[in-house]
Write a protein that binds this ligand. Structure first.
Ligand code: F6P
Length: 323
């Protein structure tokens, strides 16, 4: 069996609903297999400062329904330096850590890879609302964030309908348009502007609104991904060109917090447990991922070289349904 006796787990980068479920699963699966499990507070920053606490079955009680991360998270400047990585590695050795599980986005995975190059065994669990990690079809927090956005769209639609207005909604996703395209389709948007596609404001936003008006539409929704940005300016331009009163809403951190959906709770639980299982099987430097709906794992270095492109069929569908 495995040589692993002691593991640590941290959450890093932007918080995402479902991180707590993954943490709980790591701790409970680890303890079930008689491992010592440390929780690292505040991501890699906490690791290099030795901010570790031994976890018990009870220390992850009452967290599965909570958004954010009870371990807290940080974007560490010091850890981006070679000296910082060395310090974190040394601290892991001082605590006798055989493997580190990192729950976070691809920036966090790059940090994990740096640590692996010093000799620490690492496993990544994809956690970010953006769904922008190339090796996986799913990242923790994505479903909850999309449901939050959809709830906002439905509320904004009530006002748009009542006043016959246009609404421009800017949603998160960093450089990716996954939240935007899905929420645009689910929310019945007239136009969805994505960072992956060049756009022409007259052709891609103004024309669908005017054509829609000519066909009898009374209110309009434009979704802008944050990777494109400029929701306020786009709203002003729409109002100027169409004379339809247009308001911009930037959802911001509303999308990052909140109670995780069942998908994020179950996915977090499965991924957390899977991460411990692959360590016990003797695997080194892997990342957990979803492929064709099933959990798989990839070499961390290979995973970071993968690319993923936005689904062209979804873009086509969004245009047909906006007619
Ligand atoms: O990665 C999650 C995310 O919320 C992105 O959508 C956004 O670009 C970024 O984090 C914001 O980061 P910060 O935590 O620095 O505000």
């Amino acid at each position: 069996m495995s040589e692993i006796k002691s593991i640590a787990v941290l959450t890093s980068g932007g918080d995402a609903p479902g991180m707590n479920a993954a943490l709980r699963a790591v701790v409970r699966t680890g303890i079930y297999h008689n491992l010592k499990v440390y929780g690292v507070r505040k991501g890699f920053e906490g690791l290099l400062n030795g901010d570790l606490v031994e976890m018990s079955l009870r220390s992850v009680g009452d967290i599965i329904h909570r958004g954010g991360t009870i371990l807290q998270t940080a974007r560490s400047k010091e850890f981006t330096t070679e000296a910082g990585v060395e310090k974190a590695y040394t601290m892991a050795k001082i605590f006798g850590i055989d493997a580190l599980i990192v729950i976070g986005g691809d920036g966090s995975f790059r940090g994990a890879k740096d640590l692996s190059q010093h000799g620490l065994n690492v496993v990544g669990i994809p956690g970010t609302i953006d769904n922008d990690i190339a090796c996986t079809e799913y990242t923790l927090g994505y479903d909850t964030a999309m449901n939050t956005v959809l709830d906002a769209i439905d509320k904004i639609r009530d006002t748009s309908y009542s006043h016959e207005r246009c609404s421009v909604l800017e949603v998160m996703g960093r450089d990716a348009g996954w939240i935007a395209i899905n929420c645009g389709i689910a929310g019945g948007a007239e136009a969805i502007i994505l960072p992956e596609k060049e756009f022409d404001i007259d052709k891609d936003i103004i024309m669908p609104i005017i054509e829609g008006r000519n066909r009898g539409k009374k209110h309009y929704l434009v979704i802008v991904a944050e990777g494109v940005g400029g929701a306020v300016e786009i709203a002003e331009y729409i109002e100027k060109k169409t004379e339809i009163i247009t308001r911009a809403t930037i959802l911001g951190y509303i999308q990052r917090g909140g109670t995780p959906t069942i998908t994020d709770r179950v996915m977090g639980s499965r991924m957390g447990s899977y991460a411990v299982d692959i360590l016990l099987k003797g695997k080194r430097n892997r990342t957990v991922a979803v492929k064709d709906g099933k959990l798989v794992d990839y070499d961390m270095g290979e995973a970071l070289k993968m690319t993923k492109t936005i689904d062209e069929d979804l873009i086509k569908l969004s245009k047909i349904l906006a007619l």
